[in-house]
Design a protein around this ligand. Structure first.
Ligand SMILES: C[S@@+](CC[C@H](N)C(=O)[O-])C[C@H]1O[C@@H](n2cnc3c(N)ncnc32)[C@H](O)[C@@H]1O
Length: 282
């Protein structure tokens, strides 16, 4: 993890809000805290090597794998979002999405798929997908790709800022890959969820799935919609289900028409706390 990423994730917000004296203290000490935290950072893993010693993982279900690699998509996880030096061994409630995913994905697990997750963090979900989909290529994209901890011939992680249409075009669409599965688990901001779905939907294969995690965040959390305009993606998808028209400054007419002509089914599910939307393409 680079110093700039450590600062952005753990200190930028605190420094912004801090009193003058605390600000000075934090600015002086942040570099030492970075070096100290490097000692606690989880170790990076080459999954091609790790899999040789852990063949049994290829037979496990997705929830087991999410818990094994500590992705919050599972029922339980250790808080991976705490500063490395503050990470505890205690298991806490995860999103519990893995069991919902499994209903859709089980029949496809042996296939050679192209999968991408937006928002990789340490890459813990990519590692779970590596074992669940043993013949697939797993892509992931993040605004902080230096956080990523895994290596393999079947894993590719790269920079993308999902708040920017041009960044999605330059870093994902330009690769000309057709995906079987796209998972949006990045910023969860109102605008970013919308542009991710509507810009990437054309790169989803026929019969493919687009999953948006925490689709309820912009509705429930003010910080997930600051300076952004409703309707949020959940409202838009509900309008589509009910055959109602919708307008959003974040979607152009071509993308809207393409989506309306090419989506097959839209379903919402609730995990342990938050909601996901699963969209199937015709
Ligand atoms: C919820 S975490 C992802 C957790 C991971 N998918 C897992 O299951 O372990 C969200 C990630 O989104 C990234 N992120 C935040 N804003 C982003 C943006 N605008 N573009 C791309 N990634 C972003 C963060 O750096 C963070 O790594």
């Amino acid at each position: 993890m680079k110093f700039t990423t450590f600062y952005k994730i753990y200190y930028r917000h605190r420094i912004k809000k801090a009193s003058f004296v605390l600000k000075i203290y934090l600015i002086i000490t942040v570099f030492f805290k970075y070096v100290f935290n490097l000692f606690y950072l989880p170790k990076s893993k080459n999954l091609d090597d790790y899999s040789k010693e852990n063949q049994s993982l290829f037979q496990k279900d997705l929830d087991y794998l999410c818990e094994h690699f500590n992705s919050d998509k599972g029922e339980k996880f250790k808080n991976q979002y705490a500063k490395p030096s503050k990470q505890e061994n205690k298991l806490i409630t995860g999103h519990g999405y893995a069991k919902i995913y499994e209903k859709y994905l089980k029949e496809h697990k042996e296939k050679n798929l192209n999968i991408i997750e937006l928002g990789s963090f340490y890459g813990n979900a990519s590692a779970a997908f590596y074992f669940y989909f043993k013949n697939s290529q797993i892509y992931s994209a993040d605004i902080n790709p230096d956080m990523y901890l895994y290596k393999s011939k079947r894993l590719i992680n790269f920079f993308t800022d999902t708040s920017s249409r041009s960044s999605i075009e330059k870093n994902i669409l330009s690769r000309n890959i057709k995906f079987d599965l796209i998972i949006e688990d990045a910023s969860h901001m109102l605008k970013d969820q919308i542009i991710s779905l509507f810009t990437l939907f054309k790169n989803l294969k026929s019969g493919g799935l687009f999953i948006i995690e925490e689709i309820d965040f912009p509705e429930k959390r003010e910080d997930m919609r600051v300076g952004q305009e409703f309707p949020d993606l959940k409202t838009i998808l509900n309008k589509i289900i009910n055959n109602e028209n919708f307008n959003s400054k974040y979607i152009n007419e071509i993308e809207k028409k393409y989506f309306l002509e090419n989506f097959d089914k839209i379903k919402f599910y609730t995990g342990n706390v938050n909601e996901i939307a699963i969209i199937k393409k015709k």
